[in-house]
Design a protein around this ligand. Structure first.
Ligand code: PGA
Length: 235
């Protein structure tokens, strides 16, 4: 098995490409179930989606986010609820906030996704340690949505969003690797030089390696990896 990947000149062109794919699907399939990611990587995709949204009807679209920190109020600017509201949801005129979903500790998220018919298109970033969602190295292939402990690498990577590293939550609720693998179609996106080493490692994998959670995607039938030149600079 090998990954299908495309190298774009920059993050903007990759993001516009992805936004067009999503917008086309919303047009073709108004009841689309979209799996969404947070972090720096999807920001330009969300902006491009907003730019493309004027004549699109999002009223029947449901969104399912990959993860959320444990212990942050939703109003906290670093929560993923806040991120999604301000970077996407509030800018899509026809989108219904009631159709946005996040994993929590007190409901069965995998069952909720299933009851909506499953995720049609899932967007993923990748951590410098190979995580997808907050499935840190060691996460098992059959993991479902659950509470996870963040590794020191992830806490250090995400400290840039917080005033102080000690404020980064130590735990999150994350869709599991098995949960993610249920999506019909997956786009994994990586931008910037800091992602070049893990992208090199990922593309060299032949099979799932517990130490590189994203390598589970080798077992998925429809995954595309979108890179900018910097993330592809070690290939
Ligand atoms: P980033 O995070 O988009 O902020 O680089 C990606 C991830 O940790 O999955």
């Amino acid at each position: 098995m090998k990954f299908k990947f495309t190298i774009f000149p920059n993050s903007k062109s990759a993001s516009v490409f992805l936004a067009h794919k999503i917008a086309d699907l919303v047009k073709a399939q108004p009841q689309l179930n979209l799996g969404l990611a947070t972090g720096s990587t999807p920001l330009e995709t969300y902006q491009a989606l907003i730019d493309l949204s004027h004549d699109l009807d999002y009223s029947a679209v449901n969104t399912f986010n990959l993860d959320e920190y444990v212990g942050l109020e939703y109003a906290n600017k670093q929560s993923y609820h806040y991120y999604m509201l301000h970077n996407l949801f509030l800018h899509l005129k026809t989108f219904k906030l009631a159709n946005s979903h996040f994993p929590t500790l007190d409901h069965d998220y995998d069952q909720l996704i299933k009851s909506h018919g499953g995720i049609d298109l899932q967007i993923l970033g990748i951590g410098t340690n190979g995580h997808i969602g907050f499935n840190e190295p060691g996460s098992s292939a059959d993991s479902l949505t659950r509470k996870v402990q963040l590794t020191a690498t992830t806490i250090a990577d995400n400290a840039r969003f917080f005033a102080d590293q000690s404020l980064v939550p130590t735990h999150a609720v994350s869709m599991g690797l098995h949960s993610i693998m249920q999506a019909q179609k997956i786009y994994l996106v990586a931008f910037g030089k800091s992602k070049a080493p893990i992208i090199k490692e990922l593309l060299a994998q032949q099979q799932f390696d517990l130490n590189l959670p994203a390598s589970i995607l080798l077992e998925h039938a429809d995954v595309e990896i979108l890179l900018d030149e910097a993330a592809a600079s070690e290939l």
